[in-house]
Design a protein around this ligand. Structure first.
Ligand SMILES: *Cc1c(COP(=O)(O)O)cnc(C)c1O
Length: 510
């Protein structure tokens, strides 16, 4: 790229500052336009041909090292190299979650409206932290829409986050501040005395981000209480009650219980009302982690399980999982948003709202200050493209696919369904395996992944490693379910013929 030195106009008497034209990183408008058009054409072609390509492809060690170690050249490159680089070095090696035969984890493909919105919002580059701009109101509006879809009350406020993990962290920090402030132990010697006794409860099936968030707010592992679950992987309210009573008797301070709406492993929904009752009686905060299944109230078939969701204290939802908003878009919804502001509104002289009647800045409800407007616009665009009916239809589609997959597994003589539901997931195993079933399932998943035609992962259910297929891709069809089953059986057949050498075992255990 060539740059021309020019003189900036300057105030009389002061020396002119030499500048480059265009000043990097700027480019000539015609160059920018051509590159945007080329990028847009590539995106639409990439998305349309993606299902015909391998789900994922292994990168050579040299390729990966080249990316990690690439030094920055002294001279800047042409703008067009961005697209060339993505086309040649990134796109051929996807994680796989855009592909209809990808069933691992809870990773959706991006919704088209979200892709367009991210590009547009990137150009506007508004921060949804301080100051006021239209995207801040879009964020407030999408939070309201999510509250409405999830069945929370009209008073609900909240904030978008990078994902469910961050929303859970904000929730625990809010619960802690709420609990200590109410006891008058927000600071001073009372804080030292009380903080060390804070005790947190969650189902043994809770996502690991809950325990990690607890560690981040300063709770040691011995103040965490994973509560046993029933045969359907739902938290046992009686076991929760017993644990809380025992801790109260021991002089500890139960401050919060986290339920899960759509457990990551098997898609279970914890009982809400029983936990809220206990929380009210014992002065605890009830946070529900609905990163995957928080939107169940919007689906008539699931709504009965969500009765009582309007009475909880906070809810995590992850539109980048259930709604295909491009990553990262999560949200924390709080029926009484004042609690969020109490926890996070720290003042500074360089951050003051202009108008006396200004709404609280969104940075007063989270730990991020400069926050991307891309989150708000991509969520808004995806929701508006779907409409209320589309949200329900999309989730119902996943539920139907999951029913089909579970039926196919149950009907197959060589497969056994282990768990799954009501959220759209199937945990299954190979029937009558020779030898160690845990190792077999790990090898089968690994072979399916390496084959490039489908992709699934393993999970631990009741202490056993089993195969897990999750439905969260709007491009997946019944044909992809059949393909997945074929690939699993093919991988198991390869295993039957494999020499049972100690060597191969150890490479898979790494
Ligand atoms: C995925 C998930 C999370 C974490 O969300 P991220 O967006 O990955 O940070 C938390 N809880 C549950 C139940 C999840 O499924």
């Amino acid at each position: 790229m060539t740059h021309r030195l020019c003189e900036l106009s300057s105030a009389p008497g002061s020396a002119a500052v030499p500048a480059l034209d265009p000043m990097p990183p700027g480019v000539h408008p015609k160059v920018l336009r051509d590159e945007l058009v080329a990028a847009a054409e590539w995106v639409s072609q990439y998305l349309s041909t993606l299902p015909a390509d391998a789900v994922s492809r292994r990168m050579s060690a040299q390729r990966r090292a080249r990316l990690r170690e690439a030094p920055l050249p002294r001279a800047g490159a042409e703008l067009g190299e961005v697209l060339d680089f993505v086309r040649e070095e990134i796109a051929p090696f996807p994680t796989g979650n855009g592909h209809p035969a990808f069933f691992a984890w809870v990773n959706s493909p991006p919704a088209p409206a979200g892709i367009i919105a991210e590009l547009l919002a990137g150009a506007i580059n508004a921060t949804c932290g301080m100051g006021e701009n239209a995207l801040m109101d879009i964020e407030r509006g999408t939070v309201r829409t999510l509250a409405d879809l999830t069945g929370l009350p009209d008073t609900t406020g909240g904030v978008l986050t990078s994902g469910g993990s961050m929303a859970n962290l904000l929730a625990l920090a809010t619960a802690r501040t709420w609990f200590l402030t109410r006891r008058g132990s927000g600071d001073g010697p009372a804080y030292d005395r009380d903080h060390a006794r804070l005790t947190l409860y969650y189902s043994a099936q809770a996502h690991m981000s809950v325990a990690r968030a607890a560690a981040c707010i300063g709770l040691p592992a011995h103040r965490l209480r994973p509560i046993p679950t029933d045969d359907n992987d739902r938290l046992e309210p009686a076991a929760l009650g017993a644990a809380v009573t025992a801790d109260l008797d021991a002089g500890l301070l139960p401050f919060c219980t986290v339920t899960t709406l759509g457990t990551t492993a098997t898609g279970a929904v914890d009982p809400l009302d029983a936990v809220t009752d206990l929380c009210r009686r014992t002065g605890m905060w009830h946070h529900a982690d609905g990163a995957w299944g928080g939107l169940g109230a919007a689906v008539p078939a699931l709504a009965p399980l969500y009765r009582g969701v309007g009475n909880i204290d906070s809810l995590t939802v992850d539109p980048h999982k259930t709604l295909s908003v491009p990553v990262g878009c999560g949200a924390l919804l709080v029926p009484d948003p004042e609690h969020l502001h109490t926890a996070f509104a720290h003042r500074a002289s360089y951050l003051t709202a202009g108008e006396p009647d200004a709404l609280p800045w969104l940075s007063h409800a989270t730990i991020e200050l400069t926050r991307p407007g891309t989150r708000a616009l991509a969520l808004w665009a995806t929701l508006h493209h779907l409409g209320r009916a589309g949200v329900t239809t999309l989730i119902e589609y996943y539920l139907t696919l999951a029913d089909q997959l579970r039926d196919k597994i149950t009907a197959h003589p060589r497969l056994e369904l282990v768990a799954g539901g009501p959220w759209p997931v199937a945990c299954f195993r190979i029937a009558h395996p020779d030898g160690d079933a845990d190792d077999l399932h790990a090898r089968v998943a690994h072979r399916v992944q390496a084959g490039g035609r489908a992709y699934l992962a393993t999970v631990s259910v009741q202490g056993c490693t089993v195969l897990r297929a999750c439905l969260c891709n709007y491009r997946t069809t019944t044909d992809d379910l059949d393909l997945l089953i074929r690939e699993v059986l093919r991988a198991a057949d390869t295993d039957d013929r494999r020499p049972h050498s100690a060597n191969e075992q150890s490479t898979h255990r790494q």
